[in-house]
Design a protein around this ligand. Structure first.
Ligand code: GDP
Ligand code: MN
Length: 308
Protein backbone atom coordinates (compact mmCIF):
# COMPACT_ATOMS: atom_id res chain seq x y z
CA UNK A 1 0.00 0.00 0.00
CA UNK A 2 1.20 3.42 -1.02
CA UNK A 3 -0.36 5.96 1.30
CA UNK A 4 -0.06 9.36 2.90
CA UNK A 5 -0.16 9.89 6.66
CA UNK A 6 -3.37 11.88 6.36
CA UNK A 7 -5.04 8.83 4.77
CA UNK A 8 -4.72 6.74 7.92
CA UNK A 9 -8.47 6.32 8.40
CA UNK A 10 -8.97 5.28 4.79
CA UNK A 11 -5.95 2.97 4.95
CA UNK A 12 -7.34 1.26 8.07
CA UNK A 13 -10.68 0.77 6.35
CA UNK A 14 -9.07 -1.01 3.38
CA UNK A 15 -6.77 -3.12 5.56
CA UNK A 16 -9.57 -4.22 7.85
CA UNK A 17 -11.64 -5.43 4.89
CA UNK A 18 -8.79 -7.41 3.35
CA UNK A 19 -7.98 -8.90 6.73
CA UNK A 20 -11.59 -9.88 7.49
CA UNK A 21 -12.29 -11.32 4.06
CA UNK A 22 -8.93 -12.92 3.28
CA UNK A 23 -5.78 -12.33 5.20
CA UNK A 24 -6.88 -13.39 8.67
CA UNK A 25 -6.43 -16.92 7.32
CA UNK A 26 -3.23 -16.39 5.32
CA UNK A 27 -1.39 -13.73 7.36
CA UNK A 28 0.52 -12.38 4.42
CA UNK A 29 2.79 -9.44 5.24
CA UNK A 30 1.84 -5.83 4.55
CA UNK A 31 4.31 -3.34 3.10
CA UNK A 32 3.51 0.35 3.37
CA UNK A 33 5.34 2.95 1.31
CA UNK A 34 5.30 6.72 1.53
CA UNK A 35 7.31 9.59 0.10
CA UNK A 36 7.89 10.81 3.67
CA UNK A 37 8.28 8.90 6.95
CA UNK A 38 5.09 7.33 8.27
CA UNK A 39 3.72 8.94 11.38
CA UNK A 40 3.66 7.14 14.68
CA UNK A 41 -0.13 7.19 14.46
CA UNK A 42 -0.20 5.63 10.99
CA UNK A 43 2.13 2.85 12.10
CA UNK A 44 0.30 2.18 15.35
CA UNK A 45 -3.18 2.11 13.87
CA UNK A 46 -2.40 0.06 10.77
CA UNK A 47 -0.12 -2.48 12.44
CA UNK A 48 -2.74 -3.48 15.03
CA UNK A 49 -5.12 -4.64 12.29
CA UNK A 50 -3.15 -7.68 11.15
CA UNK A 51 -1.30 -10.69 12.49
CA UNK A 52 0.94 -10.61 9.43
CA UNK A 53 4.30 -8.85 9.43
CA UNK A 54 4.22 -5.15 8.72
CA UNK A 55 6.94 -2.92 7.32
CA UNK A 56 7.01 0.79 6.59
CA UNK A 57 9.30 2.29 3.99
CA UNK A 58 10.26 5.68 2.65
CA UNK A 59 10.61 6.04 -1.10
CA UNK A 60 14.02 7.29 -2.23
CA UNK A 61 13.75 10.79 -3.65
CA UNK A 62 15.05 9.77 -7.08
CA UNK A 63 12.19 7.27 -7.36
CA UNK A 64 9.60 9.87 -6.49
CA UNK A 65 10.49 13.43 -7.39
CA UNK A 66 10.54 15.05 -10.80
CA UNK A 67 14.03 14.47 -12.23
CA UNK A 68 16.26 17.50 -12.78
CA UNK A 69 16.50 16.90 -16.51
CA UNK A 70 12.77 17.49 -16.93
CA UNK A 71 12.15 20.89 -18.49
CA UNK A 72 9.95 22.46 -15.83
CA UNK A 73 8.62 25.11 -18.20
CA UNK A 74 7.40 22.44 -20.58
CA UNK A 75 6.02 20.35 -17.72
CA UNK A 76 4.20 23.35 -16.33
CA UNK A 77 2.61 24.20 -19.66
CA UNK A 78 1.55 20.54 -19.98
CA UNK A 79 -0.17 20.81 -16.60
CA UNK A 80 -1.95 24.03 -17.57
CA UNK A 81 -3.19 22.53 -20.79
CA UNK A 82 -4.88 19.74 -18.80
CA UNK A 83 -6.37 22.27 -16.37
CA UNK A 84 -7.94 24.06 -19.31
CA UNK A 85 -9.44 20.74 -20.45
CA UNK A 86 -10.76 20.11 -16.94
CA UNK A 87 -8.89 16.83 -16.58
CA UNK A 88 -8.79 15.40 -13.07
CA UNK A 89 -5.33 15.82 -11.59
CA UNK A 90 -4.48 18.02 -14.55
CA UNK A 91 -3.57 20.39 -11.84
CA UNK A 92 -2.36 23.75 -10.78
CA UNK A 93 1.37 23.99 -10.39
CA UNK A 94 3.16 23.14 -8.26
CA UNK A 95 0.97 21.08 -5.91
CA UNK A 96 -0.42 18.64 -8.43
CA UNK A 97 3.05 17.42 -9.40
CA UNK A 98 2.51 14.81 -6.67
CA UNK A 99 0.12 12.96 -8.95
CA UNK A 100 2.73 12.70 -11.72
CA UNK A 101 5.24 11.50 -9.13
CA UNK A 102 2.82 8.82 -7.96
CA UNK A 103 2.06 7.62 -11.49
CA UNK A 104 5.74 7.45 -12.42
CA UNK A 105 6.61 5.70 -9.16
CA UNK A 106 3.91 3.09 -9.66
CA UNK A 107 4.96 2.63 -13.27
CA UNK A 108 8.64 2.16 -12.79
CA UNK A 109 9.84 2.09 -9.24
CA UNK A 110 7.70 0.46 -6.55
CA UNK A 111 8.99 -3.03 -7.38
CA UNK A 112 12.57 -1.80 -6.94
CA UNK A 113 11.96 -0.67 -3.37
CA UNK A 114 14.19 -2.38 -0.82
CA UNK A 115 11.25 -3.70 1.19
CA UNK A 116 9.77 -5.45 -1.85
CA UNK A 117 12.92 -7.18 -3.06
CA UNK A 118 12.12 -10.39 -1.22
CA UNK A 119 8.71 -10.70 -2.89
CA UNK A 120 7.60 -11.86 -6.31
CA UNK A 121 3.84 -11.29 -6.14
CA UNK A 122 1.97 -8.30 -4.74
CA UNK A 123 -1.60 -7.20 -4.21
CA UNK A 124 -1.89 -3.46 -4.55
CA UNK A 125 -4.31 -2.00 -2.00
CA UNK A 126 -5.29 1.65 -1.86
CA UNK A 127 -6.79 3.54 1.06
CA UNK A 128 -10.57 3.88 0.90
CA UNK A 129 -11.43 1.01 -1.43
CA UNK A 130 -14.08 -1.61 -0.76
CA UNK A 131 -13.88 -5.39 -0.85
CA UNK A 132 -17.29 -7.04 -0.90
CA UNK A 133 -16.63 -10.78 -0.82
CA UNK A 134 -14.67 -13.51 0.87
CA UNK A 135 -11.52 -14.51 -0.94
CA UNK A 136 -11.35 -18.09 0.28
CA UNK A 137 -8.41 -19.25 -1.81
CA UNK A 138 -4.89 -17.93 -2.21
CA UNK A 139 -4.75 -15.68 -5.29
CA UNK A 140 -0.95 -15.62 -5.19
CA UNK A 141 -0.78 -19.41 -5.46
CA UNK A 142 -3.37 -19.32 -8.23
CA UNK A 143 -1.17 -16.82 -10.11
CA UNK A 144 1.88 -19.00 -9.60
CA UNK A 145 0.16 -22.30 -10.46
CA UNK A 146 -1.35 -20.88 -13.63
CA UNK A 147 1.70 -18.87 -14.72
CA UNK A 148 -0.20 -15.58 -14.52
CA UNK A 149 1.62 -12.26 -14.46
CA UNK A 150 -1.16 -9.68 -14.16
CA UNK A 151 -4.55 -9.81 -12.44
CA UNK A 152 -7.22 -7.12 -12.52
CA UNK A 153 -10.87 -6.40 -11.69
CA UNK A 154 -12.03 -3.30 -13.59
CA UNK A 155 -11.05 -2.15 -17.07
CA UNK A 156 -12.07 1.10 -18.71
CA UNK A 157 -11.12 3.82 -21.18
CA UNK A 158 -8.37 6.29 -20.38
CA UNK A 159 -8.86 10.04 -20.82
CA UNK A 160 -6.97 10.62 -24.08
CA UNK A 161 -5.81 14.12 -23.12
CA UNK A 162 -3.55 12.61 -20.44
CA UNK A 163 -1.55 10.47 -22.90
CA UNK A 164 -1.43 12.24 -26.29
CA UNK A 165 1.96 10.80 -27.28
CA UNK A 166 2.03 7.55 -25.28
CA UNK A 167 0.96 5.23 -28.08
CA UNK A 168 3.45 6.68 -30.57
CA UNK A 169 6.14 6.17 -27.93
CA UNK A 170 5.00 2.57 -27.47
CA UNK A 171 5.05 1.99 -31.22
CA UNK A 172 8.59 3.34 -31.48
CA UNK A 173 9.68 0.94 -28.76
CA UNK A 174 7.98 -2.04 -30.36
CA UNK A 175 9.42 -1.22 -33.77
CA UNK A 176 12.92 -1.17 -32.31
CA UNK A 177 12.31 -4.21 -30.04
CA UNK A 178 9.86 -6.54 -31.75
CA UNK A 179 11.35 -9.56 -29.97
CA UNK A 180 9.73 -8.51 -26.68
CA UNK A 181 6.20 -8.82 -28.05
CA UNK A 182 4.61 -12.08 -26.89
CA UNK A 183 3.38 -14.46 -29.59
CA UNK A 184 -0.12 -14.63 -28.10
CA UNK A 185 -0.33 -11.03 -26.97
CA UNK A 186 -3.51 -9.03 -26.36
CA UNK A 187 -3.03 -6.30 -28.93
CA UNK A 188 -6.73 -6.49 -29.84
CA UNK A 189 -7.58 -5.44 -26.28
CA UNK A 190 -5.58 -2.23 -26.85
CA UNK A 191 -6.24 -1.46 -30.47
CA UNK A 192 -9.08 -1.80 -32.94
CA UNK A 193 -6.93 -1.24 -36.00
CA UNK A 194 -4.10 -3.71 -35.60
CA UNK A 195 -1.96 -1.39 -33.51
CA UNK A 196 -2.21 1.80 -35.55
CA UNK A 197 -4.03 3.60 -32.73
CA UNK A 198 -4.76 2.98 -29.05
CA UNK A 199 -8.40 2.51 -28.09
CA UNK A 200 -7.63 3.70 -24.51
CA UNK A 201 -8.57 0.39 -22.85
CA UNK A 202 -6.62 -0.32 -19.70
CA UNK A 203 -6.84 -2.23 -16.46
CA UNK A 204 -7.53 0.01 -13.48
CA UNK A 205 -4.32 -0.24 -11.51
CA UNK A 206 -5.66 0.77 -8.08
CA UNK A 207 -6.30 -2.98 -7.82
CA UNK A 208 -3.54 -5.24 -9.05
CA UNK A 209 -2.40 -8.70 -8.16
CA UNK A 210 0.69 -9.20 -10.21
CA UNK A 211 4.15 -10.65 -10.61
CA UNK A 212 6.88 -8.12 -9.89
CA UNK A 213 9.40 -10.21 -11.79
CA UNK A 214 7.48 -9.22 -14.91
CA UNK A 215 8.14 -5.53 -14.14
CA UNK A 216 11.71 -6.34 -13.15
CA UNK A 217 12.36 -8.29 -16.34
CA UNK A 218 14.29 -7.08 -19.37
CA UNK A 219 11.31 -6.24 -21.57
CA UNK A 220 9.55 -4.02 -19.06
CA UNK A 221 12.76 -2.44 -17.77
CA UNK A 222 13.71 -1.35 -21.28
CA UNK A 223 10.14 -0.33 -22.00
CA UNK A 224 9.97 1.85 -18.90
CA UNK A 225 13.36 3.41 -19.64
CA UNK A 226 12.14 4.26 -23.13
CA UNK A 227 8.98 5.91 -21.78
CA UNK A 228 10.87 7.70 -19.03
CA UNK A 229 13.39 9.18 -21.46
CA UNK A 230 10.63 11.07 -23.30
CA UNK A 231 9.57 12.88 -20.10
CA UNK A 232 5.94 11.97 -20.81
CA UNK A 233 5.21 11.24 -17.16
CA UNK A 234 5.66 14.99 -16.54
CA UNK A 235 5.06 16.69 -19.90
CA UNK A 236 1.79 14.81 -20.19
CA UNK A 237 0.11 12.89 -17.39
CA UNK A 238 0.82 9.28 -18.21
CA UNK A 239 -0.92 7.02 -15.72
CA UNK A 240 0.57 3.83 -14.35
CA UNK A 241 -2.65 2.09 -15.40
CA UNK A 242 -2.21 2.49 -19.18
CA UNK A 243 1.55 1.94 -18.85
CA UNK A 244 1.15 -1.34 -16.94
CA UNK A 245 -1.76 -2.43 -19.11
CA UNK A 246 -0.01 -1.83 -22.42
CA UNK A 247 3.06 -3.72 -21.23
CA UNK A 248 1.06 -6.63 -19.85
CA UNK A 249 -1.01 -6.84 -23.01
CA UNK A 250 2.00 -6.76 -25.34
CA UNK A 251 4.83 -8.52 -23.50
CA UNK A 252 2.83 -11.31 -21.85
CA UNK A 253 0.61 -13.89 -23.48
CA UNK A 254 -3.10 -13.26 -23.06
CA UNK A 255 -3.41 -16.44 -20.99
CA UNK A 256 -1.11 -14.80 -18.42
CA UNK A 257 -3.59 -12.00 -17.74
CA UNK A 258 -6.30 -12.78 -15.23
CA UNK A 259 -9.69 -11.19 -14.71
CA UNK A 260 -10.70 -11.75 -11.06
CA UNK A 261 -14.35 -12.46 -11.73
CA UNK A 262 -14.83 -13.63 -8.13
CA UNK A 263 -13.52 -10.47 -6.45
CA UNK A 264 -16.03 -7.78 -5.48
CA UNK A 265 -14.28 -4.43 -5.50
CA UNK A 266 -15.04 -0.72 -5.46
CA UNK A 267 -12.78 2.30 -6.00
CA UNK A 268 -14.41 5.75 -6.03
CA UNK A 269 -17.45 5.62 -8.26
CA UNK A 270 -16.91 2.31 -10.00
CA UNK A 271 -17.49 -1.12 -8.59
CA UNK A 272 -17.73 -4.62 -9.88
CA UNK A 273 -19.77 -7.22 -8.14
CA UNK A 274 -19.58 -10.98 -8.69
CA UNK A 275 -22.68 -12.54 -10.22
CA UNK A 276 -24.76 -15.63 -9.51
CA UNK A 277 -23.09 -18.52 -7.74
CA UNK A 278 -19.90 -16.51 -7.14
CA UNK A 279 -21.91 -13.85 -5.31
CA UNK A 280 -23.36 -16.53 -3.04
CA UNK A 281 -20.15 -18.43 -2.52
CA UNK A 282 -18.18 -15.29 -1.69
CA UNK A 283 -20.88 -14.09 0.72
CA UNK A 284 -20.73 -10.80 -1.18
CA UNK A 285 -22.66 -7.82 0.12
CA UNK A 286 -22.57 -5.65 -3.03
CA UNK A 287 -25.70 -5.20 -5.14
CA UNK A 288 -25.17 -7.51 -8.12
CA UNK A 289 -26.99 -4.97 -10.29
CA UNK A 290 -24.35 -2.38 -9.52
CA UNK A 291 -21.66 -3.95 -11.65
CA UNK A 292 -19.28 -2.25 -14.05
CA UNK A 293 -18.48 -5.37 -16.09
CA UNK A 294 -20.72 -4.70 -19.10
CA UNK A 295 -21.28 -0.98 -18.76
CA UNK A 296 -20.61 1.09 -21.82
CA UNK A 297 -17.22 2.34 -20.63
CA UNK A 298 -15.97 -1.09 -19.57
CA UNK A 299 -13.42 -2.95 -21.71
CA UNK A 300 -14.25 -6.40 -20.34
CA UNK A 301 -15.96 -7.47 -23.57
CA UNK A 302 -12.74 -6.96 -25.49
CA UNK A 303 -10.87 -9.05 -22.94
CA UNK A 304 -13.40 -11.84 -23.20
CA UNK A 305 -13.06 -11.76 -26.97
CA UNK A 306 -9.38 -12.67 -26.46
CA UNK A 307 -10.25 -15.60 -24.26
CA UNK A 308 -12.77 -17.15 -26.64
P1 GDP B 1 -6.52 8.00 -7.98
O1 GDP B 1 -6.91 6.64 -7.52
O2 GDP B 1 -5.94 7.99 -9.36
O3 GDP B 1 -7.60 9.00 -7.82
O4 GDP B 1 -5.31 8.50 -7.05
P2 GDP B 1 -5.15 8.38 -5.46
O5 GDP B 1 -5.20 9.73 -4.86
O6 GDP B 1 -6.06 7.33 -4.90
O7 GDP B 1 -3.64 7.90 -5.35
C1 GDP B 1 -3.27 6.59 -5.71
C2 GDP B 1 -2.45 5.95 -4.61
O8 GDP B 1 -1.28 6.68 -4.39
C3 GDP B 1 -3.15 5.87 -3.27
O9 GDP B 1 -2.71 4.68 -2.65
C4 GDP B 1 -2.64 7.10 -2.54
O10 GDP B 1 -2.64 6.89 -1.17
C5 GDP B 1 -1.23 7.19 -3.09
N1 GDP B 1 -0.72 8.56 -3.21
C6 GDP B 1 -1.12 9.52 -4.08
N2 GDP B 1 -0.39 10.63 -3.93
C7 GDP B 1 0.50 10.40 -2.95
C8 GDP B 1 1.53 11.18 -2.33
O11 GDP B 1 1.78 12.33 -2.66
N3 GDP B 1 2.25 10.55 -1.35
C9 GDP B 1 2.00 9.27 -0.97
N4 GDP B 1 2.75 8.75 0.02
N5 GDP B 1 1.06 8.52 -1.52
C10 GDP B 1 0.30 9.06 -2.49
MN1 MN C 1 -7.33 5.91 -5.72
Amino acid sequence: MLARNKEVNEACSSIQQIEDRFNNVYNYPWVFLNDEPFSEEFIRRTSQLTNGNVSYGVIPSEHWNQPDWIDEEKASSGRWSLVLQNVIYGGTPPTIIFYRNMCRFNSGFFFRHKLLQQYKYYWRVEPDVKYFCNVDYDPFLMMQDQGKVYGWTISLYEWGATIPSLWETVKDFVKANPHYVAPNNSLSFLSDDGGESYNMCHFWSNFEIADMDFWRGEAYTKFFDHLEATGGFYYERWGDAPVHSIAAALFANSSQLHFFRDIGYRHDVFQRCPQGAQHVQGKCWCDPNDNFDYRENSCLKRFEALES
